[in-house]
Design a protein around this ligand. Structure first.
Ligand SMILES: [Zn+2]
Ligand SMILES: [Zn+2]
Length: 317
């Protein structure tokens, strides 16, 4: 399967402002001078060796991920503001001609996970089919409520695509015609949230946001281990630093240290940290990646690979 991340910011969209942009340019130009860059030919290599916070931006859009199975079937989880960008990409495919079908999974309906739906262009194209699947029996009503006239000019059901809703039962496992197997599991989060597990050809991808696990939840983390155990890739909510997680206890998100602890306990191969705190700039977010790797080293012996989710990142599994 191929996975692409379209929104990695938590809670609210946080586009880079001018001050942060200028700061980046300044730091890059200073490095240019220090490295005696004098020709255009030197630029690609120079960029390649820049530190992560200058080479990349983690991105400002909220949660949305896209998956494509080997046979080409389309899946997505959540449609935060990143869903606008995914929708624009899909419009270049059969979705632009009203011939697309999307299996659309929802973790929960906090704003940062559904706000992109009215801006997801394939929803307006007649002929497209969107199959919403979640454990929430009232999901349709929630999406209708988001688009009542006081909040959005077009009602949810005035959009021209065909929409179906399936309420998933506890423990239910979906098996699609392309061989993709999908299961889900509740996460500790105010109002609830669900992790989704995608399995194809023995490879396991799990998307788990929003989730709050602290040092007090070790027993719970062990208890839910069977769902997460041995995943090839786990994209997990790691919004906070450890210090901040203490001041934001009960806000529904995990610290990166606890995220690493969970991934280690669950024997995950690769942890991708996501749902970045909107107040953190790229420097801070990529520092958290370095610190998470350091924390893993301090745990000793864990072969866990740790990556930072950034918009546009593609993972092949
Ligand atoms: Zn969220
Ligand atoms: Zn949430």
């Amino acid at each position: 399967m191929k996975i692409k991340l379209f929104g990695t910011r938590g809670s609210i969209a946080a586009p880079m402002g001018n001050a942060a942009y200028i700061e980046k340019i300044q730091e890059i130009l200073e490095r240019c001078i220090d490295n005696h860059i004098t020709s255009k030919e030197q630029i690609p290599e120079f960029i390649n060796f820049l530190p992560n916070h200058l080479k990349y931006t983690a991105g400002g859009d909220t949660t949305c991920i896209y998956l494509q199975s080997k046979s080409g079937k389309h899946y997505m989880v959540d449609c935060g503001t990143g869903g606008r960008v995914l929708g624009d990409e899909l419009m270049k495919t059969e979705f632009g001609k009203g011939k697309g079908e999307m299996e659309f999974f929802i973790t929960h309906t906090h704003w940062d996970h559904i706000q992109g739906i009215p801006f997801f262009k394939p929803i307006y194209i007649p002929g497209n089919k969107l199959n919403f699947r979640s454990p929430y029996p009232d999901l349709e009503n929630r999406l209708v409520a988001q688009q009542v006239k006081e909040f959005f000019p077009m009602p949810f059901h005035a959009t021209a695509s065909t929409k179906t809703f399936q309420t998933l039962e506890k423990g239910q496992v979906l098996e699609f015609s392309d061989g993709m197997r999908i299961s889900f599991h509740p996460l500790k989060h105010p109002g609830g949230s669900y992790a989704y597990k995608f399995e194809e050809d023995g490879k396991v991808f799990i998307f788990a946001t929003d989730a709050e696990y602290t040092g007090n939840d070790i027993d719970l983390v062990k208890e839910i281990s069977p769902f997460f155990k041995n995943a090839d890739i786990l994209v997990l909510d790691c919004q906070y630093t450890l210090d901040e997680s203490f001041t934001k206890f009960d806000w529904g998100h995990t610290s990166y240290t606890m995220g690493v602890n969970c991934a280690t306990i669950w024997n995950v191969k690769t942890l991708v940290m996501t749902h970045h705190e909107p107040a953190y700039n790229d420097r801070k977010v990529f520092e958290i990646l370095d610190e998470a790797i350091e924390h893993k080293r301090n745990l000793g012996g864990s072969p866990l690979e740790i990556l930072l989710a950034r918009e546009g990142m593609v993972i092949e599994l």
